[in-house]
Design a protein around this ligand. Structure first.
Ligand code: DMJ
Length: 580
């Protein structure tokens, strides 16, 4: 290589070198720079000297105006940040004190310190009961609710915990079956055995009575399958198979999209009396359960029928992956221009896309594709920021007009947990950012109220200077729903961030202070009032989901139920992940 070649090589791959500076390439880099700077400085000074007095004054004036504008810009940003900070802190109420709570571990003979059921296969987790004060407190709550139900409503669907009366819905002993695996996970052997005996001796599906296909699938079938998986007790599988056989009537529509109502005794199904339509989230939130039933019973018929629904919906046209909330079981088509929401009637369609993909060992690609497209659709059409604090929330597209409606159901707070689960399984980082921001917004829907409880629906302002969100009186009730604490548990297991435990503890104290009544825990009419009217209803999901998630959230061991091994159905019943 010649000397000349060496000089040219210095600039290889860099920016093109102007002709006039090429001669200096044999000098060191710093000398080149200094020479260039001297030349340009002299040029500037010469040009400045050539300016008239007027021209110089204009330049001075422009510099002063520019500087003033920069200072004003800086000051307005500082004060805006200040307003945002102030309005954010104004959103959070003073946390409740631990007044009447037993927060120290209590000696309790019925709470085992050792393994509940020693399952031989090491494929099953071993639940050894509460390990710290917060877990003990949650176990005490469960025992209080169970005792009240046992004394006043045993064998009925629900307890009215204020008056101590029973309430019927499907006549399937819903509270027992739904909460039995929570007792198991908490290590409550006595309660678990009481429930197991009832299921074995009393639970029958022969009554000539209509039940809701989706509710019975997620609560009863899901509960039985979890109990079977954890205990390997065939009795649970036999009950689940009998129920599954009867529920299959729902798929007998012309399109295969399930009808909403099933008569278990008669093995017939039909649309609800008020409509020809089924609910989209309902027909797409049975697949985890029917698949697990097939795998456990070695009968593919259940999985085939339910999976065909997901495939059919996969092929329907959607708005960037977002689905209307009603679907016709006769035609197999969505109700055009129905509401699009991640709240009531839409929510678990999105949840089960991801969870089915995970349940089948990430082998069914269209489920992942539909999930990714839908979450991108959520980002584009439903995710907005409130004013003035720029809180991220998920709104809805209204029926008919498809206009954006800045309202978010408490149900939508399942989304941060699902997004975090997807991210932990390799989905984009922005899903996790969205999860963290939504988690905070959901927290504020609780922390904004003196009860530290969230309303059923929160409305957001898009242009207010004072108030980001508000609650309408008609939406101010709480059913003690699980979605917020569910997401907290996902976030805690997947990140290890203990802030999520602290938030859960604050909310748990709200339940203790305002919802606890002599026979259990009651739904409340108004979370804005420190003396809320009690609605006298204890939902089965309070025991099945809310208390289970709180118990898992407060565990020092984040992996008591490992999300690498389990998908959790929409009613908090864990089901094993399969290879395909
Ligand atoms: C539960 O029955 C289930 O989580 C369902 O998917 C949605 N609603 C309730 C709890 O809020």
């Amino acid at each position: 290589m010649s000397k000349m070649d060496t000089k040219i090589d210095l600039n290889e791959g860099g920016p093109a070198v102007p002709e006039s500076t090429k001669w200096r390439l044999d000098k060191s880099n710093s000398t080149i720079l200094m020479n260039e700077q001297n030349v340009s400085h002299r040029k500037i000074i010469r040009r400045w000297n050539r300016l008239s007095r007027l021209q110089r004054s204009i330049v001075y004036a422009l510099v002063v105006i520019g500087a003033t504008l920069l200072i004003l810009l800086y000051l307005s940003k500082v004060s805006k940040d200040d307003v945002n900070k102030k309005s954010r802190s104004a959103l959070v109420q003073e946390p409740l004190k631990n007044v009447s709570l037993v927060i120290e571990p209590v000696a309790d003979a019925s709470v085992p310190k050792k393994t509940v059921v020693d399952i031989e296969s090491n494929e099953r987790p071993i639940f050894t009961g509460p390990k710290n004060a917060r877990q003990y407190a949650v176990v005490q709550s469960f025992k209080h609710a169970w005792r009240g139900y046992k004394e006043h409503a045993w064998g009925h669907d629900n307890l009215k915990p204020v008056t101590g009366m029973a309430a019927e819905w499907f006549s399937l002993g819903l509270t027992i079956v739904d909460s039995l695996d929570t007792a198991y996970v908490m290590g409550l052997t006595e309660e678990f055995e009481e429930g197991r005996q009832w299921v074995k001796n009393e639970l029958v599906f022969t009554k000539n009575k209509d039940v809701n296909f989706f509710e019975v699938t997620i609560r009863v079938l899901g509960g039985l399958l979890s109990c079977h998986h954890f205990t390997q007790d065939e009795m649970f599988l036999n009950k689940a198979t009998d129920l599954g056989d009867r529920l299959m009537a729902a798929f007998s529509s012309p399109s295969g999209i399930p009808y909403s109502d099933v008569n278990l005794g008669a093995r017939t199904a039909h649309a609800p009396e008020w409509s020809h339509y089924s609910t989209t989230a309902e027909v797409t939130t049975v697949q985890l359960e029917f698949r697990e039933l097939s795998r456990a019973s070695n009968n593919p018929a259940f999985e085939d029928a339910a999976a065909a629904v997901s495939e059919k919906i996969h092929h329907l046209p959607k708005k960037h992956g977002l689905v209307p909330i009603f679907i016709n079981p006769n035609s197999g088509h969505f109700l055009p221009h129905a509401t699009i929401t991640l709240g009531a009637r839409g929510d678990s369609y999105y949840e089960y896309l991801l969870k089915q993909w995970l349940q089948t060992g990430k082998t069914i690609n269209y489920l992942l594709d539909d999930y990714l497209t839908a979450i991108e659709g959520v980002r584009q059409f439903l995710a907005k920021r409130s004013s003035p604090s720029k809180l991220l929330f998920i709104g809805e597209l209204s029926a008919g007009s498809e206009a954006f409606n800045p309202k978010m159901d408490h149900l939508t707070c399942f989304l941060p947990g699902t997004l975090a689960l997807g991210h932990a399984n390799g989905l984009p980082d922005w899903h996790m950012t969205m999860a963290e921001e939504l988690m905070y917004t959901c927290y504020l829907t609780y922390a904004a109220h003196p009860t530290f409880l969230a309303p059923e629906i929160t409305h957001f302002n898009l242009a207010s200077t004072t108030e980001d969100m508000y609650t309408k009186t008609a939406d101010a009730h709480t059913l003690l729903r699980p979605e917020f604490v569910e997401s907290l548990w996902y976030m805690y297991q997947l990140t290890g961030n203990t802030t999520y435990q602290e938030w859960g503890w604050q909310i748990f104290q709200g339940f203790e202070k305002y919802a606890k009544v002599p026979f259990g825990y009651t739904s409340l009419a108004n979370v804005k009032s420190e003396k809320p009217v009690q609605r006298d209803m204890m939902e089965s999901f309070f025991l099945s989901e809310t208390l289970k998630y709180l118990y898992l959230l407060f565990s020092d061991d984040r992996y008591v139920i490992d999300l690498n091994k389990y998908v959790i159905n929409s009613e908090a019943h864990p089901l094993p992940i399969h290879k395909n």
